[in-house]
Design a protein around this ligand. Structure first.
Ligand code: NAP
Length: 305
């Protein structure tokens, strides 16, 4: 059986609302229950029809569910796992969408009863927006969803979760948990940190006026600001919980930055040219893989035909 009958979404922000909308889009008939920390979010989720019923606590929201997905910041996972554990149905699957996997597995795993399947997962899709009204049904279309089964994970339960995410539009891959955290550090976590840093640098440069930073931002800075507008709670938790992999990638980044700095100082144009040629090729492979549009300026300003 591929479909779940009752899905509980714990946390009702960007990812949870997109899961709900994607489920409805493909006609999944599962009952959806949910909860969030604030009454405002719970009320909005209900008003938007993201859930069939909303509850004040996670413990109530998971009752009777055969799939529970924790969609809260990484730092909140442990307390929620502890809260829901006594209320989970026998044989249900508990998963999550946290951006870090080892720390989340360590936070949730010890609380899980033996008669439930705990299977960590991470959609490689998102935006800088948060909250229940930021989701959209196509968020996962042709984006990768990484499942990091644990050594004891039940194979049919994993296969069922794969079918669920595939139905939502994702390409699903199973990955070893430690490798996931390194991959995420390279393609997501460190780029976010660099964007946060660059925006911080521009903000702190008192020789360049704030109006200049804003007015001339289309020259490149603007693309950093989109990433650097991402949710502070989520990203604080990501760095606190993917420390080793992020520090490893940052170490490499610092070395490469120093090499580029040296080339600029020495006037080594060949080094810079070769480096930038190599990086441009990576952009080409991302477009060829359908993971971004070829349109100039990320498709924002489509040229008039
Ligand atoms: P979001 O839009 O900020 O939503 C987070 C939700 O969690 C909100 O409903 C919030 O409730 C609730 N929440 C926060 N702390 C809570 C707590 N202590 N107890 C109960 N509920 C709590 O976040 P999101 O972007 O959907 O991210 C959710 C998860 O997905 C995170 O683990 C993140 O790492 C992961 N993820 C995010 C992205 C992305 O691009 N955003 C991509 C992949 C994975 P209130 O609204 O009431 O505060």
């Amino acid at each position: 059986m591929s479909q779940y009958k009752h899905v509980a979404l714990i946390g009702l922000g960007l990812i949870a609302s997109s899961i709900s909308l994607a489920m409805r889009r493909v006609g999944m008939e599962a009952r959806i229950t949910g909860t969030a920390r604030s009454k405002e979010t719970r009320d909005t989720a209900l008003a938007l029809g993201l859930v069939d019923a909303v509850f004040n606590t996670a413990a109530e929201a998971v009752k009777g569910a055969d799939l529970v997905i924790l969609c809260v910041p990484v730092g909140a996972m442990s307390a929620i796992a502890k809260e829901i554990a006594p209320h989970l149905s026998e044989g249900c699957t508990v998963s999550d969408v946290g951006s870090v996997k080892q720390a989340v597995a360590d936070a949730i795993g010890p609380h899980m009863p033996k008669n439930v399947h705990f299977i960590p997962a991470h959609p490689m899709a998102g935006t800088e927006k948060s909250g229940p009204d930021s989701g959209f049904a196509s968020l996962f279309d042709n984006r990768w969803l990484l499942i990091t089964p644990l050594p004891k994970s039940d194979h049919p339960a994993v296969e069922r979760l794969v079918r669920f995410w595939t139905a939502l539009g994702s390409n699903v891959e199973l990955m070893e948990i430690e490798h996931h955290d390194l991959v995420a550090a390279v393609i997501s976590h460190t780029p976010h940190l660099i964007a946060y840093t660059m925006v911080g640098v521009a903000d702190g440069m008192n020789r360049v006026a704030k109006t200049e930073v804003v007015n001339y931002s289309a020259a490149g800075f603007r693309d950093f600001t989109r990433i650097a507008a991402s949710d502070p709670t989520m990203w604080r938790d990501v760095f606190l919980n993917n420390k080793d992999a992020t520090l490893e990638v940052l170490g490499r980044f610092t070395e490469e930055l120093l090499a580029l700095q040296r080339a600029i100082r020495l006037g080594d144009g060949d080094f810079l040219f070769d480096y930038f040629t190599r990086t441009r090729d990576i952009r080409r492979t991302i477009i060829d893989a359908g993971q971004d549009t070829e349109a100039a300026d990320f498709g924002r300003n489509k040229p008039e035909k």
